[in-house]
Design a binder for this molecule. Structure first.
Ligand SMILES: O=C(O)c1cc(=O)[nH]c(=O)n1[C@@H]1O[C@H](COP(=O)(O)O)[C@@H](O)[C@H]1O
Length: 236
C-alpha cells in the first residue's frame, strides 16, 4: 500500500451503516473524493464479505474489524479474510506482541499483496477517565506510545491513534509506521462519542498519512460534497 500523495487520497470515509445498499450508494458517491473506503463492524456484521467486495469495486478497502483474541484465533481470522483482499486490516494492540506477530505471519501468506496491518492503540472515544476505568493509570498519550512501540516491534505496519498523538508518534517512531487517524472533526462539527479530536488539516499537519471520517460525511445532507470539502482542506 503506497502512502497517499496528498489531498483526497488521504481521506478514508467510514461506511458505518448496516444497510448494504446505502453503503454501496455511499461508496459510489464518495469514491472520487477519497483514497480508500472503510468497512467496519456495523457493515461487516450486517453484510459480511459481500459488502467488502461491493466496496472494493469503488476503492481499496480498509477492513476495520479490530481483531482481538488469542494469537491462534487472530491468525485464523486473518487467513479467512485474505480472499477478500483488503488493503488494510485492524487489530487491537492490546492483544499483545504474540497476537500481532501471529497476525503478521498469517498475512505474509498473501505475498506481496498482503494487507497492511494496523494496530489500534487507545480508542479515540476514550479520555483519561475511561482509560483509568480499565485499570490504566497513565494518560492516553503515554499509553498510546507504549502500545505503538510494542506493536511496531511485533510486526504491525502501522498504527491507529487519535489526532492528538500523531505528532508524538512521528517523533518517537520516525517515518516508517503508517499512521491512520480517526477522531477527525471539521471545525464546528459535532464530536459525538469521540474524545480526542482535531480538524482534518491539523491531523495531517501532525503527521497522519490517512484520516478516517465517518458521521461528518455520512450524516451530511450531501455526503459527496462534505467529503470533497474535507479533501480540499487537506495539505498536500
Ligand atoms: O479503527 C478505527 O478506524 C477507529 C479507531 C478508533 O480509535 N476510533 C475510531 O473512531 N475508529 C473508527 O473510525 C470511525 C470514526 O467515525 P466518526 O466518529 O463517525 O467519524 C468509526 O468507524 C470508528 O469505528
Amino acid at each position: 500500500m503506497r502512502r497517499p500523495a496528498g489531498g483526497a487520497a488521504r481521506l478514508i470515509p467510514a461506511l458505518d451503516t448496516g444497510d448494504a445498499a446505502r453503503a454501496e450508494a455511499l461508496a459510489a458517491a464518495l469514491a472520487p473524493h477519497c483514497g480508500l473506503l472503510k468497512v467496519g463492524l456495523e457493515l461487516f456484521c450486517a453484510a459480511g464479505g459481500a459488502a467488502v467486495a461491493a466496496t472494493a469495486r469503488h476503492r481499496p478497502v480498509f477492513l476495520d474489524l479490530k481483531l482481538h483474541d488469542i494469537p491462534n484465533t487472530v491468525a485464523g481470522a486473518l487467513r479467512s479474510l485474505l480472499p477478500l483482499k483488503p488493503a488494510m486490516v485492524t487489530l487491537h494492540a492490546g492483544g499483545g506482541p504474540a497476537m500481532i506477530a501471529a497476525a503478521r505471519a498469517a498475512a505474509e501468506k498473501a505475498g506481496a499483496d498482503r494487507p497492511v496491518l494496523l494496530a489500534v492503540t487507545v480508542l479515540t472515544s476514550m479520555d483519561a477517565a475511561a482509560l483509568a476505568a480499565t485499570g490504566v493509570a497513565d494518560n492516553p498519550a503515554d499509553q498510546v506510545r507504549r502500545l505503538a512501540r510494542m506493536a511496531v516491534a511485533a510486526g504491525a505496519d502501522g498504527l491507529v491513534c487519535s489526532p492528538q498523538e500523531a505528532a508524538m508518534l512521528r517523533a518517537d517512531l520516525g517515518a516508517a509506521p503508517m499512521l491512520v487517524v480517526p477522531g477527525v472533526r471539521p471545525a464546528g462539527s459535532d464530536a459525538g462519542d469521540q474524545a480526542r479530536t482535531a480538524t482534518p488539516a491539523e491531523t495531517v499537519a501532525a503527521g497522519a498519512d490517512w484520516i478516517v471520517v465517518g458521521r461528518p460525511i455520512t450524516a451530511a445532507p450531501d455526503p459527496a460534497a462534505a467529503a470533497a470539502a474535507i479533501a480540499a482542506s487537506l495539505p498536500g
